[in-house]
Design a protein around this ligand. Structure first.
Ligand code: TYD
Ligand code: MG
Length: 484
């Protein structure tokens, strides 16, 4: 029996497929980009089967029980603790990770260092660069002092190529030759690597796709091919991708759906700090961050970021307060800075916020004004979280309020005190999670006072403050205003 032709509408901009025609593509939002494609192929034929999935009878679905025996996925330790932390304790064989970030932020440096660390630990690795020539990569490796361990370098293969078909053929051939012929004595057959790094996916090119490297259809097709290879051969694939000006990875979010984890490497190029953050992770949490410092000799891991974030802090300046925050499971101290300036002109006052939510700042300002009588509506407010970090916790409310009160009164907060706590609309200070961890970090960095919500003495709050720390419970925002 002849198969019924299927009609699909494909967006010429992002290649998204939809069943219905629409004037606007739902995926990328572009107008008039959907075109009709009629295909004879039955969808069943094209559907790919993931390795490890339950399939036995052709054309029948094999279902299984939820409580069957399973093991956690094996992990390849990358040798970099900060990277392992963000990945969820290492790379998973057969998975694909996208490392995105602005050009020049340090993605190639990070992955070259990782590649060398992996080789040092005995893993076979392949680094394919479509961006730089071999000489450039060698020079960088020398500068990073990565070329000393010759034995480890035996494990690392380097290639300059943009041709995905070549990469696929090379690796598939290795599997076949390993299965068929034994090598002549003394000659070791090149192994299928445990990890393959592609720098970058935008430079890759697949024959048969009718568009330039970096275009959405090339990026998508190349990534698809490489991911398929990673799944069949069982290596961990790392794709490096540049973020475009609009903040999206080229191929608007196309790759995010295809890979198992998306990590963003962020930071201000004028600053040393680089933060690795997971935006998606099928094998771990997405709230962990990895902190690095870019130095003359490459990226250094920063296991204790608080000290670094506070390093440039100047005491005795009004408008600054230290916040004890949490990034994933790790407590991090940060400085919150506020600048107030009389409003210019007749319009509404400016609210400029970097590293926090603008709506949250407006709420704190409104509570300060209506519950504590601190009038700031005729002032422009600039708020900045130093170190380029983005805070998403409501626990920062109290520190923001302290910085605002300090700026408004011109009285600095004490250099040895730190803040955390959420502010409610009636001005009450509400408890936040992980009091104990935050207090420990505050004490560890040599601070002597913490101002926080009232919870330590309640039955539920069991956190015992470190002995060196004076703990001040703040019940209401007006209590805080009264201390300035
Ligand atoms: P790179 O890894 O090439 O960035 P990306 O791959 O994300 O485009 O990093 C380039 C920047 O990093 C460059 O501006 C110089 C700086 N850098 C250092 O400061 N120290 C170093 O040791 C290296 C290798 C680079
Ligand atoms: Mg690069």
């Amino acid at each position: 029996m002849a198969k019924k032709p299927t009609t699909r509408f494909i967006c010429s901009n992002c290649q998204a497929i939809s069943l219905k025609w629409a004037g606007r593509c739902e995926t990328c939002g572009d107008w008039n980009t959907l075109t009709e494609h009629v295909s004879q192929a039955s969808p069943r034929k094209t559907a790919s089967v993931l390795p490890g999935s339950a399939h036995s009878h052709k054309g029948r679905l094999a279902t299984t029980r939820l409580d069957g025996a399973t093991k956690p996925p094996p992990r390849v330790n990358t040798g970099l603790d900060e990277l392992n932390r963000v990945l969820g304790s290492g790379l998973v064989p057969g998975s694909a990770v996208l490392v995105g970030g602005d050009p020049g932020i340090g993605k190639s440096t990070l992955m070259l260092q990782t590649t060398c660390a992996l080789a040092q630990a005995g893993h076979d690795v392949l680094y394919v660069s479509g961006e730089e020539a071999i000489d450039q990569i060698r020079l960088r490796a020398q500068r990073l002092d990565l070329t000393k361990n010759k034995k480890a370098l035996d494990k690392l293969e380097l290639a300059a190529s943009i041709n995905v078909a070549d990469i696929v053929a090379t690796l598939e051939e290795r599997v076949q030759s390993a299965a068929v012929a034994s090598q002549p004595e003394g000659v070791e057959a090149p192994a299928v690597p445990a990890v393959v790094v592609i720098d970058s996916i935008q430079t890759m090119w697949l024959d048969g796709v009718d568009s330039a490297p970096g275009s959405v259809s090339q990026v998508r097709a190349c990534a698809f091919e490489l991911i398929r290879l990673a799944k069949t051969l069982g290596f961990a694939l790392v794709l490096i991708g540049h973020v475009t000006k609009e903040g999206a990875l080229a191929g608007p979010r196309v790759l995010e759906h295809m890979v198992d984890a998306v990590l963003y490497f962020e930071g201000d190029r004028g600053h040393q700090f680089r933060i690795l953050r997971a935006a998606k992770n099928r094998f771990g949490a997405t709230d962990e961050i990895g902190v690095f410092a870019m130095t003359d000799t490459g990226l250094e891991e920063v296991p204790n970021p608080s000290a670094l974030f506070l390093a440039e802090r100047r005491g005795n300046v009004a408008g600054s307060a230290v916040f004890a925050g949490l990034e994933g499971t790790r407590p991090v101290l940060l400085e919150i800075q506020v600048l107030l300036a009389p409003k210019a002109g007749d319009g509404s006052a400016r609210r400029s916020v970097l590293g926090w939510e603008g709506s949250r700042l407006n709420m704190v300002l409104a509570v300060l004004e209506s519950r504590c009588g601190l009038k700031l509506s005729n002032m422009d407010v600039y708020l900045n979280v130093t170190g380029g970090l983005r805070i998403s916790e409501t626990a920062a409310d109290l520190a923001v309020a302290a910085a605002l009160i300090s700026a408004a009164t011109g009285r600095p907060t004490a250099p040895s005190e730190a803040y955390f706590g959420e502010i409610g609309l009636s001005g009450e200070i509400r408890p936040v999670p992980q009091t104990g961890l935050r207090l420990k970090e505050i004490a560890k960095l040599g601070f002597s006072r913490a101002r926080l919500p009232r919870q330590l003495n309640s039955a539920s709050g069991k956190a015992k403050p470190p002995a060196t720390l004076t703990v001040e419970d703040i019940g209401h925002l007006s209590d805080l205003v009264a201390r300035f």
